[in-house]
Design a binder for this molecule. Structure first.
Ligand SMILES: *[C@@H]1O[C@H](CO)[C@@H](O)[C@H](O)[C@H]1NC(C)=O
Ligand SMILES: *[C@@H]1O[C@H](CO)[C@@H](O)[C@H](O)[C@H]1NC(C)=O
Length: 217
């Protein structure tokens, strides 16, 4: 009797492995949802925009409501260029080597860790940089590649063609210290140009993560 039960169990197992996944589970594979970003992380990005290359450090810090890009354009003598974004809706763009700064009232805060999920359309699987990825698109604005095995982002492409290749991704990494604070010359009249961002699709393209479009979706 015990033998028969064992035999039956083995037979059943064989059958299940032969059947396609969907039949075995009784329902088709559910559409995957994007892995939310960690609350804090550091990523190194290789950026490309119409042949223009840059390396960017992205420091994302949701609990403290801030997001910093430190950008080095290829062979730029005045690198780095900073793009500091705060949850109160203010962004600062500055180049310490030239003591130039522009601030902008973006009107929205930084991206939430799960910003991609609402309104994202799943496009299926594709290879990016040799990694097997899940691919989503959102609002005809961004195409986002996430490593199937690890859930880490691999690449994203904005509708303009601006592409970020994620070269390293450190969940939990936090940038401490002064580097967050926009320099004093950002707050002095005369050196700082203030831009009010009211038209989506206009200025927001300059930002590395153009939030206005993404927060809608
Ligand atoms: C790449 O683009 C940045 C930002 O517009 C610019 O400052 C830099 O000079 C460009 N690099 C080249 C080689 O054109
Ligand atoms: C937003 O926060 C930053 C960082 O604390 C600050 O420099 C900036 O002045 C604030 N903007 C507004 C409008 O309060």
């Amino acid at each position: 009797m015990a033998h028969l039960r064992l035999l039956l169990a083995v037979l059943l197992l064989c059958l299940l492995t032969l059947l396609p996944d969907s039949a075995a589970g009784g329902s088709p594979n559910p559409t995957p949802t994007p892995t939310p970003w960690p609350q804090q992380f550091h990523a190194k990005l290789l950026m490309e925009y119409k042949g223009n290359l840059s390396l960017a450090d992205l420091w994302y810090d949701w609990p403290r409501g801030r997001n910093l890009h430190v950008i080095r354009y290829q062979l730029a003598a005045d690198a780095p260029y900073y793009d500091a974004e705060w949850n109160n809706g203010t962004s600062f763009f500055y180049t310490p080597a030239r003591r130039t700064c522009r601030s902008a009232a973006v009107g929205v805060g930084i991206l939430r860790p799960d910003w991609l999920t609402p309104g994202a359309a799943y496009l299926g699987r594709a290879s990016a940089g040799g990694f097997d990825c899940h691919v989503w698109t959102k609002a005809d604005f961004i195409t986002y590649y996430q490593d199937v095995a690890s859930g880490r982002p691999v690449k994203w492409i904005f509708y303009t063609g601006r592409t970020a290749h994620v070269m390293s991704f450190e969940p939990g990494a936090v940038l401490e210290g002064e580097e967050w604070q926009a320099p004093a010359y950002c707050f002095t009249d005369g050196t700082t140009k203030n831009t009010l961002i009211s038209e989506p699709g206009g200025f927001d393209d300059e930002s590395f993560i153009p939030k206005i479009r993404l927060l809608r979706g």
